[in-house]
Design a protein around this ligand. Structure first.
Ligand code: AMP
Length: 224
């Protein structure tokens, strides 16, 4: 299978570190980082029809309807930067989305090579989400406890201001975790049955340690 597109999915609860790993994986494996959360947040910021439709769901920590996010991904995967592969972060989140993705890929004579599950227990997730910050200017993610910036509130990379996402407040976080276990966790079995699931322990480890495992798994998938 060497030479086939490196089509991969990052799976994991909110706060498991998908975005952080995605920032490392994209340059190392030359695949575009496609985050439905980022696409939706941009739409909200830009005040587009998509953003207006998505905002209430996002603010409550609920999922945006399947047909909306499936449409976003269908369109995104037609762009030429996905020819040699892509990395999905935050999609799919329901079995319906997973089935739609399989169908899209089959139509393009492609298939997922690997689904990487970053496994972090629920207790640690709450703590991580509460400490999560991102740079307003360049988007780099931080955690005030696990991955702090050198100067409080300031991005190491570009000096931009760090902020907390609207949906990282406690009530919304609790709902997002409940939504994950109800609607997204079933994907673990779905991809395990397909034989493409690989699990990386994320608890109590820093992002570089997790990335070392991720790199080994992805390099194996690339060679396979
Ligand atoms: P994230 O940045 O991945 O945590 O996503 C933030 C929010 O965007 C989620 O809580 C959902 O409201 C929405 N969202 C992102 N991806 C999806 C998806 N695949 N399906 C439904 N809603 C999504």
């Amino acid at each position: 299978m060497a030479g086939l597109p490196l089509d991969i999915v990052l799976l994991g609860a909110p706060g498991s570190g998908k975005g952080t790993q995605a920032e490392r994986i994209a340059p190392a494996f030359a695949v575009p980082h496609i985050s439905t959360g980022d696409i939706l947040r941009d739409a909200v910021k830009g005040g587009t029809a998509l953003g207006l439709a998505a905002k209430a769901f996002m603010d409550a920590g609920n999922l945006v309807p399947d047909e909306v996010v499936i449409g976003i991904i269908r369109e995104r995967l037609t762009l030429p930067d996905t020819t040699a592969g892509f990395m999905l972060d935050g999609f799919p989140r329901t079995l319906e989305q997973a089935a739609a993705l399989d169908e899209m890929l089959a139509d393009a004579q492609r298939a997922l090579r690997l689904v990487l599950l970053i496994d972090v227990p629920a207790e640690e997730l709450v703590q991580r989400l509460a400490g999560r910050r991102a740079c307003r200017a360049c988007g780099r993610g931080y955690n005030v406890v696990f991955d702090p910036p050198r100067v409080v509130g300031v991005c190491d990379v570009c000096g931009g201001e760090l902020f907390q996402r609207d949906d990282d407040n406690e009530a919304t976080v609790r709902n997002r975790l409940a939504v994950y276990s109800r609607q997204t966790e079933p994907l673990i079995g779905y991809y395990r049955d397909q034989g493409i699931l690989a699990t990386v322990p994320g608890a109590g480890r820093d992002p570089d340690q997790v990335f070392a495992d991720v790199q080994t798994l992805l390099a194996g998938a690339q060679r396979a």
